[in-house]
Design a protein around this ligand. Structure first.
Ligand code: SF4
Length: 670
């Protein structure tokens, strides 16, 4: 028996980017653990990735290329083909597309790795002049909000939350989706810190905080303005910090003065005392730190909400302390260390292909050719994503994927909802079978992932699949011959020590402990920018759409179920067994008003669609809001539906992102 350990990194869309230790016995992975030596992992993984061997060796893992033999509106049927046949046919079909802009890549964070993400794929799309993809589905509203305010996605160190005396966890179920931050928050709590959770849902994290403030979805920006009102009225501002480091405060100050606690409370669906108490705590308990997460920016006003919340540490001077400030994303810290040319934009040779927003892929696939849109999408190549399950307004997404004249290729580990609608399904390697390098959006380390075992079956790395497609399409640029090792060696600037990544597994980036103690934001003049920030109400609310709200009176949010990560892991039986079935949580008052009993099969519906789930009458839901926990694969859910049946494709105020949590429904017995 031979046993060895291999150093890795978690590839999933999670801020923690854990360092992995993979145990291989007789060339089979038997254990995946968190590395104790890595400061941000401290030896612990979430339940999901602890089950990685189960996922990798899953009986339904795709191990061979498959070609569709059924109509797209029929039950999916595929036959196994050779790689040579698949690559030759796909290359011929892509070459036959006259306008390369009619070839649409679609990918996101199924792996966050720089190599198996876009390194080789981006080269192929650039060389072809294929359509570009605006990758907005998760974080671009908040990212745009931070960029407008601070010049980039920057924040405090996660580890310094341990030293805070007040932690406001705003729009984040950290126990589920940011476990290693929670470890630091818990440490602070043990040392006397007060923890306050702001979230429409009473999450597992809210259970463990001292206070939970259950705002209505989409009203976080109003709450931030209400807090500013109290900071002004009670003379709790750090005027010196504002004068030195903030532009546009006078304008924002005028807006904030219109948000007294009563107006704020009425808008947010909370009490005026909650507004006053939160403001007092935020102003007087120091150091105060805010951990935002992306849930709160999945509404029409998401970008502005992030702007307003992110400015709070400037107003109280919380940035002066290493354990004060705010964190939504740390990814701006690693940007200067990344090679902007890894995907070889020079291969575009001056062309500027059209950009399609991934968040409106349903509409895009159904769009006819037009001067505004350009050519009808003829070919779609999906990798690292499952859009049929995760994109908003899935009835339209499904209809688009069902087009018989659309040629669709999906690189996948499993037959997802999206793979079911492909013409070709190509088996891709998992993180245990390939090389990659990673940055993080929760901490500031760079990591390397070494392959632990050879690819299973006939699976190939994404990079190899795109290399072979490029060759079959006659692309001979040396960019398509580079190995994964060569790509990894180019991924970063010379500040990153590749030998250290290989031997230690990670390298911390040199970031100051209290980066904004003396201002120095990444804006052109180094000052935070407050001008223009304002509350933007939801598209779908009583105030902005009263007629719609009369028909569909319940606001619905769709946060991730605890044991899933977006749509990943839904097919891992041991995890799905814990979740049991798709659930809609509803407050007892709302259930009684509809004569719905706990455990009933119900449907959440609106003009867009109908999502079937089991009703859980629960204190986790506040009155007027239902929680549709996601994201189930449609085919593993009830009646072939998931929560995106009812979400819409309208975009946020900034960043062109989807407003998933800006959604009105009614619920009835199914
Ligand atoms: S999903 Fe997040 S918490 Fe879980 S192992 Fe990956 S990085 Fe760590």
């Amino acid at each position: 028996m031979t046993t060895r350990t291999v150093l890795g990194a978690c590839p999933h869309d999670c801020p923690d980017t854990c360092a992995l230790q993979v145990t291989v016995e007789n060339e089979r992975v038997i254990k995946v653990q968190g590395r104790a030596e890595h400061p941000n992992t401290h030896g612990a993984l979430c339940t999901k990735v602890s089950r990685y061997p189960e996922r990798t060796y899953h009986a339904e893992r795709l191990l061979h290329p498959l070609k569709r033999v059924s109509k797209k509106t029929e039950a999916p049927a595929f036959v196994q083909v050779t790689w040579a046949e698949a690559i030759a046919d796909i290359a011929a079909k892509l070459k036959a597309v006259k306008d390369p802009q009619a070839i649409q890549p679609y990918s996101y964070a199924g792996t966050m790795g720089l190599i198996q993400g876009e390194a080789m794929a981006g080269r192929l799309w650039n060389a072809l002049g294929a359509a570009r993809l605006d990758r907005t589905i998760c974080a671009s509203a908040g990212g745009a909000g931070l960029a407008a305010t601070y010049g980039h996605k920057l924040g405090m160190h996660t580890r310094h939350f341990a030293g805070a005396k007040l932690i406001v966890i705003w729009g984040s179920n950290s126990i589920t989706s940011n476990l290693h931050f929670w470890t630091y928050a818990n440490q602070a709590k043990r040392e006397g810190a007060k923890l306050i959770c702001i979230d429409p849902r009473k999450t597992e994290t809210a259970d463990k905080c001292h206070q939970h403030i259950a705002v209505l979805p989409g009203t976080d920006g109003a709450l931030a303005l209400g807090l500013m009102h109290e900071l002004i009225k009670n003379d709790w501002l750090d005027q010196d910090y504002i004068d030195r480091h903030v532009d546009g405060w006078d304008e924002l100050r005028e807006k904030a003065l219109a948000w007294d606690p009563e107006r704020t409370a009425a808008t947010c669906g909370i009490t005026a005392d909650e507004v006053r108490g939160l403001a007092r705590d935020y102003a007087t308990i120091k150091p105060a730190a805010i951990r935002m997460n992306y849930g709160l920016q999945r509404v029409r006003g998401g970008g502005n909400a992030v702007r307003l919340i992110a400015l709070l540490p400037c107003l109280t001077g919380a940035w002066r302390h290493e354990s004060g400030g705010m964190l939504l994303s740390a990814s701006g810290w690693n940007a200067p260390f990344k090679n902007p040319n890894l995907e070889r934009p020079d291969l575009l040779a001056g062309r500027a292909p059209r950009m399609v927003n991934m968040s409106t892929i349903g509409d895009a696939l159904l769009a006819e050719a037009s001067p505004e849109f350009g050519p009808r999408i003829e070919a779609l190549v999906v990798y690292n994503s499952n859009p049929v399950a995760v994109a908003p307004e899935s009835p339209k997404v499904v209809k688009g994927f069902q087009r018989e004249d659309l040629f669709t290729v999906v690189l996948e580990h499993f037959m997802t909802d999206t793979a079911d609608l492909a013409d070709y399904v190509l088996p891709a390697t998992t993180q245990l079978e390939h090389l990659d390098v990673h940055t993080s959006y929760g901490h500031t380390d760079v990591l390397m992932n070494q392959p632990a075992v050879a690819p299973l079956g006939e699976a190939k790395t994404n990079t190899q699949i795109f290399r072979e497609l490029a060759a079959a399409m006659g692309l001979t640029d040396p960019a398509f011959s580079e190995t994964d090792e060569q790509l990894a060696a180019q991924a970063f600037t010379a500040d990153i020590d590749m030998d250290l990544l290989r031997t230690q597994g990670w390298q911390p980036l040199p970031i100051p402990e209290a980066p904004f103690a003396n201002g120095g934001f990444r804006t052109p003049n180094g000052r935070a920018q407050a001008a223009g920030a304002d509350y933007v109400p939801n598209y779908e609310s009583v105030a902005s759409a009263p007629e719609l709200a009369a028909r569909y009176p319940l606001a619905m949010i769709s946060p991730p179920a605890r044991n899933f990560l977006n749509s990943s892991f839904v097919n891992v039986k041991s995890l799905r067994d814990i979740e049991a079935e798709p659930v809609i949580e509803m407050h007892a008052d709302d259930a009684a008003a509809r004569q719905l009993a706990d455990g009933a099969r119900v449907a959440a519906f609106n003009d867009r669609g109908r999502y079937v789930a089991t009703l859980k009458v629960s204190k986790r839901a506040r009155p007027g809001v239902v929680n549709g926990l996601g994201v189930w694969w449609r085919k593993l859910g009830l009646e072939g539906s998931n929560v995106n049946e009812v979400t819409h494709q309208r975009l946020t105020d900034m960043g062109n992102a989807p407003a998933f949590y800006d959604c009105l429904v009614e619920v009835e017995a199914a």
